[in-house]
Design a protein around this ligand. Sequence first.
Ligand code: CTP
Length: 400
Amino acid sequence: MPNPLENKHVALGVTGSIACYKAVNLASKLVQAGALVDVVLTPPATHFVSALTFRAITHRPVVTDLWDPQSELSMDHVAMAQRADIVVIAPATADIIAKLSWGLAGDALTATVLATTAPVLVAPAMDAHMWDNAATQENAARLKARGVAFAGPIAGHLASGLSGMGRMAEPSVLLGHIKAVLGRKGDLAGRKVVVSAGGTQEDIDPVRFISNRSSGKMGYAIAEAARDRGASVVLVAAPTALPDPAGVAVVHVRSAQEMLDAVVKHARDADALAMAAAVADWRPASAAAQKVKKRPGQDTLNLELAKTQDILASVKSKRLVKVGFAAESEDLEKNARAKLAGKGLDLVVANDITSKDSGFGSDDNRVVIIGRDGKAVRHGLMSKYEVGHRVIDRIAALLK
Ligand code: CTP
C-alpha cells in the first residue's frame, strides 16, 4: 500500500498563535499516517498548548527550549534537522516568518530550519492586517523565492473577531501539501498530468440535468497519486461532493462540452491525460431556456438527445500518454480492448461496475489495466489511491 508519509521524519514547528490547537490535530493525523513527528514549540506557543499534549500524541520528545539540559532533542536539534524529511511550521506567526526570512537562529525552531536541508512548508496564521502588512508580504515573498512552500493562509473568521485572510489552512489540507512537498522529487517530477473526474451534467432546462453515478473518487485519487510523485497536476472536475485536493490545480466544469474545452486547453503541453471522468455520451439536443412545464393531461415527455464529442479522441498530441477508463457490466476485457483501439489509447483501466465492493461511490476498486501491447494486468481489490499509483506506474514507464 503506497503511503507517502510512512516512516517519514516530520519536524513540526509550532509557534504562538491561537491556531495552535489545529497543530495538535495535524500532529495526530501525521502520526496516524505513519510519520515520525518531532515537535518544536516556541516559548510563545507553550502559552497556547503544552509540550505534554504533543508528547502524548507523537510518543516522542518535544523541544521547547534550545538550552534545556533535560531535553535530549534540544541539545541535538541539528541531528533532528538533518534527519527531517520535511520541516512544517504550522501555525506560523508573522514573527517566525520574519525571523526565517532573516535567517535568524536564536531559538530551537529557527535553528532547526537553518540547519536542515529538507524542504520547508509554512502554514501562516495571523490577523489579516498582519498578513497584509508589506513587511510580512516581503518576508513571505523572500522565503518563497528561496523555495520555501506556503500553504494558506485562508480567508474566514479570525480570532480578532474580524474576518479576512489569516486563518491557518485546515490540517487535512496541510496533509495534502505535505505529501506534495515530500513527492517533489518523485518519478513524475517535471511532468504535467491532466486528470478528469466526476460525472458531467447535461442541462435539460435551468433546473434539471442528466448525469450519472460517478463519485469522482477514482479521478481525484489519480490526481493525488500523480501529485505525490512530483507531477504538476490539473484536475478537470465535473461536480462531485469531494473537496479540492491540495497542491493540485482544479478546474471545475459541468457539461461534457466544458470538460472538452478545459481538457483540450490543459492537455496541450501535458505529458499524460487520464480520463477518469464519466463523460455523458448524450446531451439534450437543445437545453430549454425556461423551466419545462408539464401540461394538464400530459403523460409522457420525449427528450431528444444529441451525441457529445469524444474528448479522448479530440486530444491529438503524439507525445501525450492517453489513458481511458472502461466501466463495464459485462465482457470487461473485450469491451476495454475495443475502447483502447477505438480511442487510440496507450492504456485502458477497466473495472466491473456490477461488483459490490468496488466501483461507483466506493473507496476501493478492482481494475484490469491493459496496454497497447494487449497485455492485461489484473489487480486485486485495493484503495482508489493505490489504483492511482498503479496507473501512474504505467504512465511513468511509458514516459521514460
Ligand atoms: N470519454 C471521453 N469523451 C466522451 C465520452 C467518454 O473522453 N464524450 C472517455 C471517458 O472519460 C472514459 C472513456 O472515454 O475514459 C469511456 O469510454 P466510453 O466509450 O464513453 O464509455 P461508455 O460511455 O461506458 O461507453 P459504452 O456506452 O460504449 O460502454
